[in-house]
Design a protein around this ligand. Sequence first.
Ligand code: NAP
Length: 304
Amino acid sequence: MAGIIDGKRLADSIRQEIAASVNEFYKTYGERPCLAAVLVGEDPASQVYVRNKVRACEQIGIRSESYHLSAGATEAELLDRIEHLNSSNNVDGILLQLPLPASISKMKALDTISPAKDVDGLHPINVGLLVQGRAELIACTPSGVIEALRRSQVSMTGKSAVVVGRSDLVGKPLALLLMQENATVTVCHSRTQNLQHVVSSGDIVIAAMGKPAFLGPDFIKEGAIVVDVGTTVLKEESEVSRIFGTSSRKWEDFQQGKTVLAGDVHPAAYERASMYTPVPGGVGPLTITMLLKNTLRAAQLRRR
Ligand code: NAP
């Protein structure tokens, strides 16, 4: 039977380690690291994400500040806010919650964040440093995946790792990190030909597509390690029945109006794996944990 990589348990233990380091930081500098969260607009999901991140900071002793700009805020107003946080001596990390309203350039906003405070690891300077293998602030989901694999004693050296997805946020940085772990990396995307053939060659398969249950059992080599980054809220009854069947707990949840999430890997495919990350409870908890780690790291680097 496939073993579960329990992201929640791993995240709890990493958070304890970070909390101890935050305490040390406080003893040394007499102040706490501080994360500033910036939200633009009224997207309910984004509001929940920001609240969760702020709460996670508080739980381990990181200070936080929240800035909420209205949906009608201009690009200039947002850039002004970011510049202000860049120059604030009280702020160590800046988190800009995405997506932004269409009238604001995401690229421009992310590029404006000081690389030293870029706790999401998306600034071109930090991405460039990652390419060279000397980044301090690395995108949170990819570094969370690597941390989960390391802590689950998965040796990546020499293994064939297939990443499905090539986004700036997940697929690309993950491919670079896996290469640094000495895996032989293949990156797939929507134009990849014979996807099933390529993915089923992977000793380690990392799915980051946002296509619920797209990768069925024939995509997964027997005994492979499967990391399912994909997280989609299912809206259609037919999707819930296709993926989980009508006698499942998820089906009942859906009927009761509860949120049902699906990863990119079909549950039947997990059974072919030697180890896999579930959705939810796999990669998600590690992502926020890495944000906390980056905030502490940014605070330490700024004091040096
Ligand atoms: P994204 O920017 O939409 O990228 C999706 C990638 O998947 C693209 O590179 C796309 O290829 C590829 N793709 C789409 N359909 C495909 C297909 N049929 N065959 C092969 N490749 C295909 O998404 P993202 O931001 O990377 O996020 C991916 C998923 O991870 C989403 O479900 C998201 O919610 C989830 N996520 C979870 C966490 C977490 O903490 N758990 C964090 C971040 C993201 P092209 O480049 O060719 O279009």
